[in-house]
Design a protein around this ligand. Structure first.
Ligand SMILES: N[C@@H](CCC(=O)N[C@@H](CS)C(=O)NCC(=O)O)C(=O)O
Length: 385
């Protein structure tokens, strides 16, 4: 058995062991988080947030560092997404997948293949997602995934540009006395539910501890289960990224009931964006610059509707380069010169993707961190040159 085969076998065995550990913790784990013991241990055992995932050095070698060639030979991008995250990743009755994250999978397919539909979607729970990257099951995640230090350093991930600046909030019932001015100090004695393998289960434990309140954190395998338990009254509060709560309220709040999202200032920073295996610089370049292309096109008003005109008569040299004209750099990255023209033509710029998916559930862009830097936001791309 050669070294590479042996490493693949080892990684597969380790992944199986990790998956078994992850699966053993699904469903309804609960931990009481008391303010006085200093232990913020609301997480389910082995749920896969990844600081204890074993020997990352062997696993990362499975990625090989030549993923672009592998993807090109395969003919599709294998993209890990949430099974069901309203407005980000939703399976439609005809089997297609819609949402902001699903469209950012299409951005990569459009850049690599000139075909936005050359994507295979892999719905992954939070606990499964990083293992799926480590074992090479998926080429990247577009899965409401927060960029954190431990995921970047200890878990073998690399992170692309943040596509949605989020923050964690809580959702309760107005009939329980919660309103938009409520804060973590008001949740003493509550059962707080979230999905396992997330930053959110750790943050809420930290926040309760800091506020001096005692709560019971219950974790579930996915956020459908969390929402069902919240609707049934098994959970006093649901917590996750604010965007997830807004989506759930928009689609699942029962008639005659008022769900309240608080606190107004989120309890954490949750920068969400593409995530992929570390140490593959070419693949990272492709994902990062395809994403930046959507930011640059937004900044300069290049849309799917006008991109042909812009390509024919570029308003600036930078737009000319971005769309494959003289001085373009896409072909040096292993892509076609018109890779980013295809991204904008077939999927759209950042604002088009945001408007199509997030505005309908009430996630406004104007005045938020997700505005362009020129409008006071944080969406900012380095220059295409
Ligand atoms: N951003 C956090 C939370 C990610 C997360 O799992 N969010 C939920 C709520 S938006 C989700 O995607 N759920 C989809 C599902 O469980 O199907 C993280 O990276 O850990």
């Amino acid at each position: 058995m050669n070294k590479r085969t042996w490493l693949r076998l080892l990684a597969a065995l380790m992944a199986f062991a990790m998956l078994t550990a992850a699966c053993s913790s699904d469903g309804d784990d609960s931990d009481t988080v008391a303010s006085d013991d200093g232990e913020a241990d609301g997480e389910a055992d082995g749920e896969g947030d990844g600081t204890d995932s074993g020997d990352d050095e062997d696993i990362e070698m499975v990625q090989g560092g030549d993923l672009l060639a592998t993807v090109q030979a395969r003919g599709t991008v294998n993209c890990g997404v949430s099974p069901n995250s309203i407005a980000f990743s939703e399976e439609q009755p005809d089997g297609s997948r819609t949402g902001f994250d699903a469209d950012y999978c299409r951005v990569i397919a459009a850049a690599v293949f000139g075909d936005a539909e050359a994507v295979e979607f892999f719905p992954l729970t939070a606990a499964e997602r990083f293992t799926a990257v480590q074992t090479g099951e998926v080429d990247l995640l577009q899965r409401n995934t927060t960029f954190t230090q431990s995921r970047d350093s200890d878990l073998g991930m690399d992170f692309g540009p943040t596509t949605y600046y989020d923050g964690q909030q809580l959702m309760g019932r107005a009939s329980d006395g919660f309103d938009s001015s409520s804060g973590v100090g008001d949740i003493d004695g509550s059962i707080v539910c979230t999905n396992a393998g997330t930053t959110t289960e750790k943050n809420i434990a930290d926040a309760a501890d800091a506020a001096g309140v005692s709560i019971t954190v219950q974790t579930f395998e996915d956020f459908d289960q969390v929402t069902a338990a919240f609707i049934d009254g098994g959970c006093d509060l649901a917590t996750t990224d604010g965007s997830g709560l807004v989506g759930r309220k928009a689609e699942q709040q029962p008639d005659g009931e008022e769900w309240v999202i608080f606190p107004a200032a989120p309890i954490s920073k949750e920068p969400l964006g593409p995530t992929y295996g570390q140490n593959d610089s070419q693949w990272a370049d492709v994902i990062n610059w395809a994403t930046y292309a959507t930011f640059i096109a937004d900044e300069f008003g290049v849309t799917s509707a006008n991109v042909d005109d812009m390509k024919a008569n570029p308003p600036t040299p930078e737009i000319g380069r971005l769309l494959g004209g003289e001085g373009e750099v896409q072909s040096l990255m292993g892509l076609d010169a018109d890779a980013f023209y295809n991204v904008i033509k077939l999927v759209g710029n950042y604002d088009e993707i945001y408007e199509a998916n997030l505005v309908p559930v009430g996630l406004t862009r104007v005045g938020s961190a997700n505005a362009q830097w020129t409008d006071g936001g944080l969406i900012y791309a380095p220059p295409a040159r």
